[in-house]
Each structure stands twice: as C-alpha cells, then as structure tokens.
Design a protein around this ligand. Structure first.
Ligand code: ZN
Ligand code: ZN
Length: 132
C-alpha cells in the first residue's frame, strides 16, 4: 500500500510503500523533547520503501545516532533514522501522513520514560470540540 505524507506547509513531501514493520507510540524523553508532545506515533518502513518526493528536510542529531528530520520552514517532524538501533529502517511520524487513520499503532514503547499522566490519558472526559 502506497501512502503519502508531508509537513504542515507542504514544502516537504514523502511516500512509503509496502507494509510497515511496526507501528507504535514512543514515549521516550527524546521524542517528547523533539516534538513538544507527550508521545509520538511512528511507523517503521524499510529504507528502500521510503522516498522524499518534494523539497528537502533538515535534520538534527537529537541523541547520538538518532537523526530526526523535519521541515526547515514549518518545523513539522517527519521521519527518523537511527542506523545503530534501527539499521535499514526509516521511521515516519504517523500523524504527518495525509491519512493517518490508515496505520493503527500496535504498541506503546519506551514507557519507562512515559510522562506519568499519559498512562490514563485515554480515560479522560472527551468533547467533540471544546467543553461548552
Ligand atoms: Zn513545511
Ligand atoms: Zn522515542
């Protein structure tokens, strides 16, 4: 299955083909600091199945061999490469896909570093928009 995604401003676009090797929420402190969010959903694809199709991402080594790629204009996080820990794989940020519903996370990883209140986040009250 071919999927497309990109950054918020549209300058950087990418595609992935085939099936992801795994899809998971990462709760590590590195993802938290990089995204400014409590967790990041990732989908790991073989590097050969990933292509940047428009523009070019900037990159930053957030932690040793971890290279995070993001749009230099709007800052959207896009993909991650770590040849030491995940050789041959490119992790894409699921929420940067045009249709993020397509890839369902299968697990929570790195929960040793999870922000404590995230454990029960799914049980919070919900509002269609804002509380009335
Ligand atoms: Zn952008
Ligand atoms: Zn992480």
């Amino acid at each position: 299955m071919k999927l497309e995604g990109g950054c918020q401003c549209g300058a950087v676009r990418y595609s992935v083909e085939g099936e992801p090797q795994h899809v998971a929420f990462c709760h590590c402190a590195d993802c938290q600091k990089s995204s400014g969010a409590p967790a990041v959903a990732w989908a790991a694809y073989a590097a050969d199945d990933f292509a940047v199709t428009a523009g070019a991402a900037s990159s930053y080594s957030s932690n040793g061999d971890a290279i995070r790629h993001f749009c230099p204009t709007c800052g959207s996080g896009l993909y991650y490469v770590n040849e030491a820990v995940l050789p041959g794989l490119v992790d894409i940020q699921v929420a940067s896909l045009d249709k993020p519903d397509t890839l369902q996370p299968q697990a929570h990883i790195q929960v040793a570093e999870r922000i404590s209140w995230m454990k029960h986040a799914a049980s919070l009250p919900e509002f269609e928009r804002y509380p009335g």
